[in-house]
Design a protein around this ligand. Structure first.
Ligand code: GFB
Length: 325
């Protein structure tokens, strides 16, 4: 880790984590507690981030100095392709409300979370930051991608016109504690943890996976993402968004085998090729953040062992969310 003096130390600052109940937001809260910040949160029951006036009023009253914008409507390939209006509207409006209010309230630093799906479906791999807007998007998640591209552009526009120190980070596929384990709505990592655990518990010999198992993905442990975001908040200020990944890719089949091993289940996988594969490959070029001095500390096996343990420990007694009986 770099020993350069920090550009923007977080210690002692009033920091709002928008989306603190989600997987990424809760990891950021955990990470910030170690940083000695005054962490602010507000629940969905108290404030709807899609209402501009409410967001402005809350921010004017609480006066955060820093914002981590982790609030979003998120989900896996099925959720993305079947709820396009929610993925586009919710994410656009949450970002515009928070970014604009942050400008109006004089927020000193804002870190917006995007996604690796902002890059073209057939982008050259690994995907560097400058491949943004160079080709057509992956159709299964283009609504979410368009909203996240708008988020990057919002940060750039408010920096150019008003001099706001707003930055954007693009995490690759995430997994870890606090994930959404719903089999229809969740991402592949959480769905496979839930399915494989269910098979182990019931003695089933087969688990069904969507698609062909061939697509390649890069998985980042969510606490590593939180660490990278704190790193960027304190050390980076610039218009360009920054990729956050591991540089290591695995096939969906390989992921399933890894989770089976971690869970101690030794059955077989069946592939339902009527379900979509989505992007064939999504590996990010992480050299920009690496050059600043950050690389992901958790290896895939340790990360999935922690994620699986968390799932087992936090499973509501006798139930498996999203699994039909
Ligand atoms: O995480 P995921 O749902 O989305 O992974 P993306 C989808 C890949 O996993 C496809 C396969 O190749 C699926 O065919 N897969 C196999 C499964 N079994 C399952 C299963 O049980 N559940 C799920 N969900 N997939 C996401 C975007 O794309 O990438 C998000 O949906 C976000 O918006 C994220 O941008 C980074 O990796 O395709």
């Amino acid at each position: 880790m770099s020993t350069e003096p920090l550009l923007f130390p977080l210690r002692g600052k009033r920091v709002w984590v928008a989306g603190h109940r989600g997987m990424a937001g809760s990891a950021i809260v955990r990470r910030l507690r170690k940083e000695g910040c005054d962490v602010l949160t507000v629940g969905r029951d108290v404030m709807d981030l899609r209402r501009q006036a409410d967001v402005e009023a809350w921010m004017a009253e609480t006066r955060p100095e820093v914002i981590f914008l982790a609030a979003a409507t998120v989900g896996g390939i099925h959720a993305n392709s079947t709820r396009p209006a929610e993925f586009l509207y919710d994410n656009l409006v949450i970002e515009t409300n928070i970014v604009h209010s942050a400008y109006r309230c004089g927020v000193k630093k804002l870190v917006l979370l995007g996604s690796s799906c902002i890059y073209p479906r057939l982008a050259p791999q690994p995907m560097s930051e400058d491949l943004l807007l160079t080709g057509p998007l992956e159709p299964t998640n283009e609504w979410y991608a368009v909203a996240k591209i708008a988020g990057i552009k919002l940060c750039q526009a408010y920096r150019r016109q008003y001099g706001c120190d707003f930055i954007a980070a693009m995490p690759t596929n995430l997994y870890g504690p606090g994930d959404n384990f719903d089999l229809q709505q969740g991402h592949v990592a959480a769905a496979l943890i839930a399915k494989i655990h269910q098979a182990k518990r019931t003695g089933a010999e087969t688990v069904e996976l969507w698609g062909t198992g061939a697509p390649l993905r890069e998985f980042l442990f969510v606490d590593d993402l939180a660490d990278a975001l704190v790193f960027l908040a304190e050390r980076y200020s610039g218009e360009e968004h920054v990729n956050v990944g591991t540089g290591i890719e695995t096939s969906i089949r390989g992921l399933a085998e890894l989770i089976a091993e971690v869970a101690g289940w030794s059955g077989h996988f069946r592939f339902d090729s009527s379900k979509p594969d989505g992007s064939p490959r999504k590996l990010m070029d992480n050299s920009r953040i690496a050059a600043m001095g950050w690389t992901a500390p958790t290896n895939l096996r340790d990360g999935f062992a922690q994620a699986y343990r968390w799932y087992v420990d936090n499973l509501p007694a006798g139930t498996l969310r999203g699994i039909a009986s």
